[in-house]
Design a protein around this ligand. Sequence first.
Ligand code: CA
Ligand code: CA
Ligand code: CA
Ligand code: CA
Length: 324
Amino acid sequence: MRSRIFLAGCLLIFLSTLGGVSAVRAAISMDHTRGYILLHVNSLGAAWYVLPTKTERFYIKNGDAAYSALRNFGLGITDADLWQIPIGIQQPAGVMDNDQDGLADKLEEALGTNNTNTDSDNDGYSDLDELNNSYNPLNSTKLTINTELVDRLKGYILLQVESRGEAWYVNPADGKRYYMADGDWAYEIMRLKSLGINDDIAQIPLYDGVLQCDQSIDCMIGSIEVFTDFEGVVVSDISLFGQQVQVWSKLEYSATSVASRYPWTWTTLRQTVNGVEQENVVGTGQHCRSNHYTDLIDVLSEVKLGNYSTETPSTMLCESFGTE
Ligand SMILES: [Ca+2]
Ligand SMILES: [Ca+2]
Ligand SMILES: [Ca+2]
Ligand SMILES: [Ca+2]
């Protein structure tokens, strides 16, 4: 049944790209959409990620910012567990494949295989052939698939905690994990592994949580772009009274409440005095408010580029919007 739905989804995408389909009723109950990527056919193919933990949908916009926001839903996983989930190969067109073995350099990096050698473990079988036949490209063993683990993780985004936090999406339709190297990879996978759905999508509530962006500016921008609340910290190195100091600015963003929009709180100043690192809370409540969320994206983009040599991000914001 699932494969039929999946095929219907693929066909739909194919037809959508030809512009031939206006509405197709997805034969799937809303409860069974958890962990799936839904492609809303009546809305120019807008893509949504339905959380695997509860039936809420999160808008997936193209690009690295949305990808960073999406990582918020990721679940940490060990390499040992990850190898028990079969690997699906889906790479954006034109990606670098140095050794031409059919596995992109970025994918090989995540897998730990050699991107300058088609047969990493030198056992006579290429890296690609081994993966396609459930063998380990790094040694002589066969891959052991843990179906119980796969079933439990269907629809989840997994983050390789023992490496550099590489992200994988476990497609609930085929139980395989697909590597998402960056925004382009994520978007490609999300679109090709999605399920077409009509206006019934409205029955699934919008994601109602607050993204914890920590210090990821991309995550903050991504949240704003998809109208989702977030909390984050912007760390900036500035020169203050002739001293180099680090300023931590906390940002709480509410997409729905205009009253609590953009309250920046300048919280902590970190500096080294006589060789000793000190932390001082220098103030709270430097609030700037505005309805112009595109301005905030502009400011964050400048901060990301490091263009705040004499001003803190808080100051930049308050000058743009006026302090309350
Ligand atoms: Ca390769
Ligand atoms: Ca290789
Ligand atoms: Ca091999
Ligand atoms: Ca092998």
